[in-house]
Every structure is written in C-alpha cells, then in structure tokens.
Design a protein around this ligand. Sequence first.
Ligand code: SF4
Length: 268
Amino acid sequence: MITTVRIQKRLFIGLVLVSLLLISLLAYGIWTISFSGLARISAWLPFFFGTVMAVCLLLAAIGISGIVLSVWGVKTLPVFQNLAWTAVNLLFPTAIRIGKLFDVDKERIEQSFIEVSNHLVKQKQLVVAPEKLLILTPHCIQNDDCPYKITRATDNCKRCGQCQVGELLSLAEKYGVKVAIVTGGTMARKAIKGMRPEAVLAIACERDLTSGIQDVFPIPVVGVLNERPCGPCCNTRVDMQRVERTVADFLGRTANTGTKGVTTNGGA
Ligand code: SF4
C-alpha cells in the first residue's frame, strides 16, 4: 500500500529565510570588525569587501524571492529560476542547522527540501530525449530473498513480480529511458558520470535524495521518496504511478496508461 505524505514547502522556505537573515547579520558583523584593519591596507578595501558581500547576499535574496514566487505559482524568468535553484542547494546545510536549533525533525526538513527542489525543476518544464533520462534507484527495492545480481546487469532480473524491479525495467523499456540500480551514493555518482544523463529521476529515502540532489547539481533531479514497509534499506517500494508521471513529464508526454502498461511475468 502506497501512502502519500503531504509535505509543506513552507517549512524549508522559512528556514532558508532565517538562514539568510542570520548569514546577513554575521556578514555585517565580520565587515564591521574587519573595517579598520582593511582600511589600514587600503582606504577602498572595506568598501570593496562590503560591496562583494552585499552583492552575494542580494543574489541569495533574489534567489529566495524566486522560490517564494515560484511556490505561489508566479511564472519567473529563467535567470530567477536558476538563482532560486542555486540558493536552495547552497542554503540547505544552513537550513538544517537552524532547524536543529528549533528542534525541527531533520527528515521533515529534508522532505520539504525535496518538495521545493522538485517544484523548481518541474517549473523549468524541461523536455529531454528518452536516452538522456536516467531512473536511479537503490538496490533495496529488490526483494531481499532474490538470488539474482541486478546491480551490474539489470537483465538478470526475471521480472517475477516479487518486487518492483521488474515493473521499473518494463517502465524504462516502455519509454526508452535508462535505469540504474545502485548500491550506494558512490555507485550512483559513477552511474551518472558514465551515462551522462540530462535529467535524473531518483528514487530513495530522504537522506539519500537530499545529498544526491546536491551532489549532482546542476543536473536536474526529481526525487521520489521510497516507502519502507519493512524498515530502512529492506524491501522498499515506490509509487509507480508517480514514477511514470514524472518520466512522462520529463519526456513532454502524457502518462497514458498508468502502470497498467508496465508488465511483469508474475503477480506482485
Ligand atoms: S522482480 Fe523478481 S527477479 Fe527481479 S529483482 Fe525482483 S525478485 Fe528478483
């Protein structure tokens, strides 16, 4: 049974705004303290230093405004979308720290980050060729008792229906996209380096998705959270309809038959 969790984007946006405020105060403090020392080197240096910091903070503020406008449904120019996307990725670590201070659950912040990041990627309305789209999933989606080694060669999967690997492979075939089943972050990065996709649909838990999205930035990634009915990293599942809709969105098509067009050789 796949459940859908409604995640609030505003949690991450709020934390990012607080992060920017604190970073601005910190920058102002550093500038004030270093002013006289810099002035001794050159009368222009404090102003140069101050201008560089002010421009960086202004760009971050424009980026965050871009996120807010985008979440409100306002269409923004590509330059704002890029700034928003950069700001989201750069300010994420600070947002997590601020969240910790306010005792906000890290997983909730990560879910909110993934929602915001997905929203920004989707707003770009990218259309990629099927061979340039990669579905990336961790191997914990494979049935724990399955004897076949599928991380090196997905063809080893017999599509028996005991897990969703067969469905994912059929979906990939149906749309002509690539799929990689990996054992961890290092293998995921290796797969992306080798396959050179223009966009990635990543299936993983909150922690792996947030780190993955930032690791492969600026390659656009839409993250789909996995389900863990047996606990972490074991017999995980994913909402296949959501995966199919995301694939179709990236290809500029309509997901025509849901997952009914995805075949397996046995019952799930
Ligand atoms: S679908 Fe069957 S053969 Fe394929 S990975 Fe899952 S359990 Fe193994």
